[in-house]
Design a protein around this ligand. Sequence first.
Ligand code: SAH
Ligand code: SF4
Ligand code: F3S
Length: 449
Amino acid sequence: MRRNSVYIETYGCQMNAADTELMLGILQNQGYEIAKDAKDADVVLLNTCSIRENAEQRIYGRLGNFKAIKTEKPDLVVGILGCMAERLRKDLIEEKKIVDLVVGPDEYRRLPELIDVAFNGEKGIGVKLSRTETYDDIIPYREDGLQAWISVMRGCDKFCTFCVVPFTRGRERSRALDSVVNEVKLLSKRGFKEITMLGQNVNSYLDNGNDFADLLAACAVIDRKIRIRFTTSHPQDLSDKLLYTIAEHKNICNYIHLPVQSGSNRILELMNRTYTIENYLSLINRARKIIPGVSFSTDIISGFPTETYEDHVMTLDIMRKVKYDGAYMFKYSPREGTKSFKMNDDVSEEIKTKRLQEIIQLQQQISYEVNQGLLGKEEIILVEGLSRKSEQFLAGRTDGNKVVIFPFKDNIKEGSYIKVKINRATSATLFGEFAGFAETHNDDFALTA
Ligand code: SAH
Ligand code: SF4
Ligand code: F3S
């Protein structure tokens, strides 16, 4: 029997989603078929995340399911890819006996070879990290659609004390500007309308003297009908040059994901975040001056070791000051191998939960208020298709990444840009009426390319 069908299930961040497309590209090149369901595959791979304990627990649960499938189908190859593969390495093979394959983020080129090893009854292991691997020459497997992502740099050198990423993903390295530009051109030909440039730390992109602002500018002029997003920005590397570049190009979204993590300088220092709240706020103000109407989202951790009630209140305070459009909010989770793992995890689960709930509640209130401020205004959106809840409505997104729902019209096609007048808003969604067709972003949009 020819064993040639592979299924990959993806957990974690967008970089993992991009890596899955990369691996599917590699495997398809070797003649593999891509299965839509684990049941139909000869090789089942989990692309995993280690960021918090509960992320790993979920994946262990899923591995249990595959164990059951493997009892019925002993030839099935089951593998762990991604950050858990890197973090747990051989433990996975020795402890969790059902795993035949463990491949970390910098060894995906060897995947076909390592799968063969597994088919031959041995364990396929590839967990070396690289200082240079960027998979520059590999064309990822992508289904047709409107949105695509491109990893433009890999790894992270920041070493925030709570974070596993520098250990699971290794050192920072960037793709060549030309190769990213060529990929954007291919996506343009295929009709994609929104591209997200990815990196744990995209702002520290550097290729031959070209920084991230240069990369964005080079990509923005390729096809003005393509909107460009990027994530994640570390406050330390968000330069004025980058802010001006975002302001200058109408098809670069006026939206910055700028994780703050905590509102307390003492905690920020313990986290090794390299900025103070004062620096952070002045950065936000500068960005708002240079890019009028820019939206911000953030990441927040509650209950970092030694966090007091006062520190927590400072976090609520910074949220009120910035008025984020959205936030990803987490309870601190100690990760073995990181610096903060050696600190006593002294905020009780109960207090972490209580603080997190307060943070979530406050963010909901802020998002609601920010969205109420849009009532009566016209927003330009990229139409994504029918709304999830009803065929009588269409849905799209603003460049600030907000979902907008509006009544269906025959002549509005997926992938077009339209103006919608907002007439109702919740904390999560805007509702409105069609108000005319539009160019990529703004009314004053001018084709400069
Ligand atoms: N590179 C990005 C995001 C990394 S992971 C950045 O620097 O912002 C995404 C988010 O997960 C982080 O911003 C942080 O808020 C959260 N996170 C990372 N490690 C964590 C941990 N040990 N416990 C809880 N949250 C964590
Ligand atoms: Fe982790 Fe900090 Fe790097 Fe983000 S910048 S990936 S939080 S170490
Ligand atoms: Fe998770 Fe690894 Fe991304 S730990 S968040 S999948 S870089």
